[in-house]
Design a protein around this ligand. Structure first.
Ligand code: DP6
Length: 325
């Protein structure tokens, strides 16, 4: 059996819209923070059956994963791609799970495809007798399965642009405390892959690559200067820009529920009252990611004392670490 784990990542500048669907090439560069304790684990087990099989990985530290037919097919087709690359014809059982709820805007596809690619490549190298390729190559294979997964190979920050993916660091911003406000653990109705296609039908998509480029340059500038407020402003504008594409495409959909809107309004009110607060972003899902610098302990305490916390759950990326083997 071969096993691998990989972390998830949350984009501050989003990958949304593809210039090449087949190889998951993005229409704009993206920048993400690697959420090192939110992880997926994959086991690959040889078996004698005629086809590869997916099943949830059974581990008390992980949520029992329930992939629908389409999700299983996408996952196993990536695994087949890896087998083909190494000329392997044997069949395997692929087990996977995450230590956080899946398909709810917590980028489970990033960690699960990165973990599958790592375990798959290691397994196929051993079975075929090939040398294990370097991480850069494994990351490119992973991108073919799910674009955002290529950023999970780098930390604390990953920049994915036309030259590839590379790690970045920003003094003062490398050890952010990340919390997830779980508004809903229901599976989302529109997948990220569908969203990538649909956004192109929005009139707002015209100009989107240019806006994302400019915002990325400004965000990198703000983070280099350790300007937290500007970082908040740019991240806010960025996820709202992406969600505006969702609600203005020709088959409109929305992930921002009244509950998430209430939390977002609370965040805006908190920032305007305190001139400080968390950096916030949302992925393609209802849940809200908030980030704090280590020296914001007091303001964070104040934030949580006022937030109507009983209405939803919080996953603390720091606290989850102890429970994962
Ligand atoms: C909203 O990587 O899940 O999370 O390449 O089709 O698998 P595919 O899409 P995926 O898209 C992620 C979109 C996003 C933003 C981001 O992570 O940059």
């Amino acid at each position: 059996m071969w096993s691998a784990i990989a972390p998830s990542n949350i984009a501050f500048i989003k990958y949304m819209g593809k210039s090449d669907v087949a190889s998951n090439l993005p229409t704009n560069s993206s920048l993400s923070f690697t959420t090192k304790n939110l992880i997926s684990k994959v086991n690959i087990i040889p078996h004698k059956g005629d086809i590869d099989i997916w099943r949830p990985l059974d581990d008390e530290n992980f949520f029992t994963l329930d992939l629908n037919e389409f999700e299983q097919a996408k996952y196993l087709s990536h695994f087949s791609r890896i087998k083909e690359l190494f000329g392997v014809r044997d069949n395997f059982i692929v087990e996977s799970s995450n230590n956080f709820p899946s398909s709810t805007g917590i980028a489970s596809s990033a960690s699960s495809f990165a973990a599958l690619t790592k375990a798959g490549v290691w397994a196929m190298c051993e079975v075929s007798g090939a040398d294990v390729p370097d991480d850069g190559y494994i990351c490119e294979i992973s991108r073919l399965g799910s674009g955002s997964s290529c950023r999970s190979f780098f930390q604390p920050w990953a920049l994915w642009n036309s030259a590839g993916v590379k790690e970045l660091g920003f003094d003062g911003f490398n050890f952010l405390n990340h919390q997830l406000l779980i508004i809903s653990s229901e599976k989302k109705l529109v997948s990220s892959s569908q969203a990538h296609q649909l956004v192109k039908t929005s009139l707002l998509f015209q100009g989107r690559p240019e806006r994302a480029k400019l915002r990325l340059e400004r965000l990198i500038g703000a983070m280099k200067k350790q300007d937290w407020k500007e970082t908040f402003n740019l991240c806010w504008a960025e996820f709202m820009d992406m969600h505006a594409l969702f609600v203005t495409c020709n088959k409109p959909f929305s992930y921002i529920s009244s509950k998430s809107m209430a939390v977002l309004n609370f965040v805006l009110g908190f920032w305007s009252a305190n001139d400080d607060g968390p950096v916030v972003t949302m992925d393609a899902g209802e849940n809200i990611h908030i980030f704090w610098r280590p020296n914001q302990a007091d303001v964070k305490k104040e934030f949580f004392s006022r937030l109507p916390i009983e209405d939803f759950g919080v996953i603390d990326n720091e606290k989850i670490s102890g429970s994962v083997r």
